[in-house]
Structure formats: C-alpha cells, structure tokens
Design a protein around this ligand. Structure first.
Ligand code: CTP
Length: 398
C-alpha cells in the first residue's frame, strides 16, 4: 500500500508516545520506508531501540551524534510525508514560533513535504487559548492536524486531548499521500492581486484587489502536491508557502510577460488577478506638475492575458478565469468562458455581501465548459479555494 513511500515519524515527549511504536509498525508493514526522529524528552517515554528495531533504521535524536552532524535538510527533503505523533504542547509551541533547539525541529523547518501532526495533551492544555493560537499557526503553515479524541487522559481525567489512535493516523496519512496529492508533479501558473499602471514616477492606475483569493488557490494547489508559479501583482501579502514560487510584478505588461513565458510548460493556469484593462499610452519620466486646470490622460487597452493563453492552449492544459460582475452575471460569465477559450470561469458577484475585493470571504458560482454550473454558499477564501481546486481536479481526471 505504501510501497516506495518515504515516511518520517517524529516522536515527542508525551505519554501517547507508546502509540508511535504501533504506528511505525503499521507503516513498515504497509511497505513504507520509515525513519524516526525523536526529541530528547521522548526518550523518557519510549526507547530509541524499540523504534529503530521496528523502523529498521537508526533513530535520530541529536543534531550531533557520534562526532558527526545529522543532516536535517536532507532528511526533510528525503520524506514524502512527515508525521509528528504524538505532538506535545511544548513542541507545538516551538513549531508555531520557529524554534530550532533540537533535531526534530530542525527537520520540521527543513521539510519540503506535507507535515501531519497528531497532538496529545490534557484537556485543559488543549483548550488553552495559546494552544489554539499555536494550532491555528500550524494550519496557516499548511500543516495537517489529526483531530484529538475524547477519552481518558494521562491525568486520569476524562475529556478532549487524547492522541488519535494509530489506525486513524494511518488513514490520515493514506489520504494525504494519495487522495489529497492529486496534483503531485503538476505545474500550475496562477496570477493574483492588482496591477499598477504607471502614470509618472509617483502615480499609477490601480485597483483594490488584495490578492487573497489567488494566494489561497496557490496554497491549496501546493497542498495537493502541485508546483506553483504565482505571478503576484503589488499586494501587501507576504507569502511563504512550500511549493509556491512567487514572481512579483507590477504592471499588466510584466504580468503578461511572466505568464507568456511560463504557460507553455504549465498543466493548469488560473488567472485570478484583477488586471488593469487600460494603461497610460505614455508614462512620464518626470513627475507631472499641476500646471493646467484640466488634465487628460490617454489610455490604451492592455493585453488580455487570459485570452492570449486561451489562444495558445494545447490539449491537456486547463485554463481557469475569473469574472467580477454586478449585472447580467450569468450571461457575462458564460460569454467569457467562450470568448477566452477557458475551461472554467469563477464568477463573483459584486451584489453579494462578503464577496469580491479585500474580504476574507467569497461567494462564487463556477461555470464549466461542459455546461455545469455550481453555485456555492459564502465561505472563507481558503474554503472557496478548496472548492475551486476540487472542481479543477475533477475536470482533470474526467
Ligand atoms: N484578465 C487578464 N488580462 C487582462 C484582463 C483580465 O488575464 N488584461 C483576466 C482576469 O485575470 C480574469 C478575467 O480575465 O480572469 C476577467 O475577464 P475580463 O473580461 O477582463 O473582465 P473585466 O476586466 O471585468 O472585463 P469587462 O469589463 O469586459 O467585463
């Protein structure tokens, strides 16, 4: 089942560490190659000998072992998936804040693969606001959390916080490796954010796009295994998502150039940027002085990136565009599907509260080339990104 898969199991100091022995055994039995990294505290709960015997590999604990340096970067890159089970409250806090005072944390920070964590702690600790903040931070890094279970805890109390059973973690790993990794090896080109069309050295024509929707799609694509090239207009968002390469551009012309170069080698292109439709014909090198009572600015149409990619599209490539409308939404969206030779148009209506520029939520309707039309409820942009990527995957394998 896991033949040829490389799995890195991280074990931290928690009573639930005994379950990691069973997990390692199940993974090895399923055909995976397993390496185990432990925190020093984990050794008080399970012995490296048990884990090295079951994993058939030496267990790593220290950054320096027997006079040599454990290469955490290579380990982080070796794995197809890293599972930290159990994840103690202490290691969780360190991961959320970028601490690196042991080998397990160094490997975590170097890992380029999906990371799954299975927290284990007492209910009061689990419910503490700082734990919640730390878990949210891990989620924002793209890490996957195996939900804790209710049951008897190490303290003798009954409640939430028990680490999931090894069978549940095993299934979670299976889903990540196979179902959730449907885009493994695929190259995806995404545009996001506004463009700024320069008038003079201090002024430009721009728009209110934040880039949030496109960035959420980029993160979701990467989560499913894609190699993402994100062409991002001037947005204040800081993006640090494994699997997403960010090319910052400013004008529609720069965005066009970046897309024209990358599209031929892309499997999927998602054009979510709010590209300026017009740009000043001449851009003044000097700051324009207010010497006249009226001021006229001549504009020329920008290149339509989506349309131009639609003209070059080859068999096997998927092209997705966006439409932001405030009247005749359906008709305009369907027209765009045809006129731009897109496979899918994602419509946001300006009439829906909580949709469009700047919001953290969006409400979309997807129009597909085969005639399917799916209207969704208002959701967070992350959830909307999931819906869009699910449809793209469905279309890809149809
Ligand atoms: N788009 C693009 N290049 C442009 C303009 C838009 O790639 N120069 C893309 C957007 O990223 C989006 C879609 O085209 O995916 C939007 O379609 P478009 O017809 O340009 O929408 P509007 O700008 O709203 O145009 P109109 O005013 O004609 O509705």
């Amino acid at each position: 089942m896991f033949d040829g898969k490389k799995i890195l199991v991280g074990v931290t100091g928690s009573i639930a560490a005994y379950k990691s022995i069973l997990l390692v055994r199940m993974l090895v039995k399923a055909g995976a190659e397993v390496k185990v990294v432990m925190t020093p505290a984990a050794k008080d709960f399970v012995t490296p000998l048990s884990l090295s015997t079951l994993s058939k590999n030496p267990v790593l604990v220290d950054l320096f072992q027997e006079g040599s340096w454990a290469n955490h970067v290579l380990l982080g890159r070796w794995a197809d998936v890293m599972i930290i089970a159990p994840l103690s409250c202490n290691t969780l806090a360190k991961m959320a804040n970028g601490f690196c005072d042991n080998l397990l944390l160094a490997v975590y920070l170097s890992a380029t693969c999906p990371v799954i964590v299975a927290p284990a702690m007492d209910e009061d600790m689990w419910k503490h606001p700082s734990t919640k903040t730390n878990i949210d931070k891990l989620k924002s890094f793209g890490n996957r959390i195996v939900p804790v279970e209710k049951g008897e805890l190490a303290s003798g109390l009954y409640g939430d916080g028990r680490m999931a059973e090894p069978e549940t973690i095993f299934k979670f790993v299976n889903d990540i490796l196979y179902l959730d990794r449907a885009l493994a090896g695929k190259k995806v080109l995404i545009t996001a954010g506004p463009t700024y069309e320069s008038i003079d050295p201090v002024r430009f024509i721009g728009n209110h796009s934040s880039g949030k929707m496109g960035v959420a799609i980029a993160a979701e694509m990467a989560q499913r295994g894609a190699n993402v090239y994100l062409v991002l207009g001037p947005s204040s968002l800081e993006i640090n998502v494994p699997g997403v390469f960010v090319k910052r551009v400013e004008s529609s012309e720069e965005m066009y150039e970046a897309c024209a170069e990358k599209f031929p080698s892309s499997d999927i292109a998602v054009m979510s940027a709010a590209v300026a439709d017009y740009t000043p014909i001449s851009k003044s090198k000097e700051k324009i002085k207010k010497t006249t009572d009226t001021f006229r600015l001549d504009l020329a149409k920008t290149k339509d990136i989506l349309k131009s990619l639609g003209q070059q599209k080859k068999n096997g490539q998927l092209l997705i565009g966006f439409a932001l409308e405030n009247n005749n939404e359906r008709e305009y969206a369907m027209n765009k599907l045809k006129s731009k030779n897109a496979d899918m148009i994602v419509l946001n209506s300006l009439n829906d509260a909580g949709a469009g520029f700047g919001h953290d939520t969006n409400k979309i309707t997807i129009f597909e080339k085969n005639g399917d039309e799916i209207a969704y409820e208002q959701k967070t942009k992350q959830q909307v990104a999931k819906d869009i990527v699910d449809r793209i995957i469905k279309m890809m394998y149809a």
